[in-house]
Design a protein around this ligand. Structure first.
Ligand code: SF4
Length: 374
């Protein structure tokens, strides 16, 4: 398949690995920001093919995983209200809130629908003018533009029975929070290529300079990951720290100006809580004042809902790269994809789910369901 097969070529992977092995002289810890990159790494056994000196730390870039429990509880409350049609992408339906999930609400008679685009939810609102239609808008800079566009369209078309439950987060403040943590071991980042395809690379030089870390914009196929690691390790070995774009087939320095303009019109930057991590200043978006009437939290008066995270779930430490998933006592026992305690075990991009799916149960076990690329 074009644009897939050539980025999984075993011979090219071997050459990149040889280059990395020849370059490394001492230990380095790199963080891949995105959960999609984590799954590629674990699925293809890339971490096991790298020199033992190169450690990959799994970052917080899974949108489902970082959505705070209290936002899930707000979604459950709104979805339970009579007359509401609650629309969401499918991966949120099994994320546990306090005592139940959106599937449970549907089982109790709630009208919870899976959609494939926020514009589907807007169409449903148009077709059901006597119902309130809510879309669950979560995610990073990648999913925020279409959600912004949907609110923009709702206002333009005069669709008043549509609203957005917003939980959008931004990557650069999370990188800053990770680097400021006293436990931080990260020496370089593989930045999320899809985020940069929207936002460009302009936010990253300040972070690379300020913290003395290489930041390599990286894609999601095995060769993308290896090239990102190769470039980051080269910089570290040469005592350099700058932003490099290793994903030029998708990322331009300026990003996507139309998407950025839509974000700037509909959203404003705000402090956001990250699940298991806490509030990170300026790390999220909320609807701008002129669009506030489309804010589901206000429309359904759920701003006051607050929830404590379950104590036994260590997803906050997983999301900050402080432990690997199998180091959580609940991993694979109390907590499995069928009985998840935390979102990192539910989400298709979650690190706990990746370790469970590919049988990383501790020690040096090899992945069972996929072959290494090399
Ligand atoms: S294994 Fe389960 S309980 Fe442990 S951190 Fe992951 S999601 Fe939380």
């Amino acid at each position: 398949m074009k644009y897939i097969d050539e980025f999984q070529d075993p011979e090219l992977a071997r050459r990149l690995l040889d280059d990395i092995h020849a370059t490394v002289t001492r230990p380095w810890a790199l963080m891949e920001v995105c959960g999609g990159q984590t799954h590629t790494i674990i699925r293809h056994g890339i971490d096991q093919l790298l020199p033992k000196e190169v450690e990959l730390i799994h970052g917080p870039g899974c949108p489902v995983c970082v959505t705070p429990l209290e936002v899930i509880d707000k979604a459950l409350e709104i979805a339970s209200r009579p007359g509401v049609i609650f629309c969401s992408f499918g991966d949120m339906l099994r994320v546990p809130g306090t005592g139940r999930d959106l599937f449970g609400v549907r089982g109790e008679g709630g009208d919870v629908r899976v959609v494939y685009s926020p514009l589907d939810a807007l169409r449903i609102a148009r077709e059901n003018p006597d119902r309130e239609v809510v879309f669950f808008g979560i995610g990073f800079e990648t999913t925020a533009p279409p959600n912004a566009m949907t609110v923009y369209q709702a206002r333009k078309l005069g669709i008043a029975n549509f609203s957005l439950l917003v939980s959008h987060v931004r990557v650069p403040p999370a990188i800053e929070a990770i680097m400021r943590s006293s436990d931080c071991r990260v020496q370089g980042f593989l930045a999320a290529g899809h985020v940069c395809s929207v936002m460009g690379t302009e936010e990253y030089p300040e972070l690379a300079d300020g913290f003395g870390v290489p930041i390599v914009v990286t894609g999601f196929e095995p060769l993308d990951i290896l090239e990102g690691v190769r470039r980051a390790v080269r910089q570290l070995e040469h005592g350099e720290y700058r932003v490099e774009n290793a994903y030029p087939r998708a990322v331009r320095p300026e990003g996507n100006p139309a998407a950025k303009a839509m974000l700037a019109d509909v959203f404003e930057v705000t402090d956001r809580a990250w699940r298991g991590i806490g509030v990170i200043p300026d790390s999220g978006w909320r609807l701008a004042e002129r669009y506030r009437e489309y804010d589901a939290e206000h429309r359904f008066s759920v701003t006051g809902i607050t929830t404590r995270e379950p104590a036994e779930c260590r997803s906050g430490e997983v999301l900050q790269g402080l432990i690997k998933p199998h180091e959580c006592e609940a991993f694979g026992g109390v907590c499995t994809p069928r009985t998840p305690l935390g979102a990192t075990m539910v989400s298709s991009e979650g690190a706990c789910a990746a370790y469970y799916l590919y049988r990383r149960l501790g020690g040096t076990s090899a992945p069972l369901e996929a072959s290494p690329v090399g």
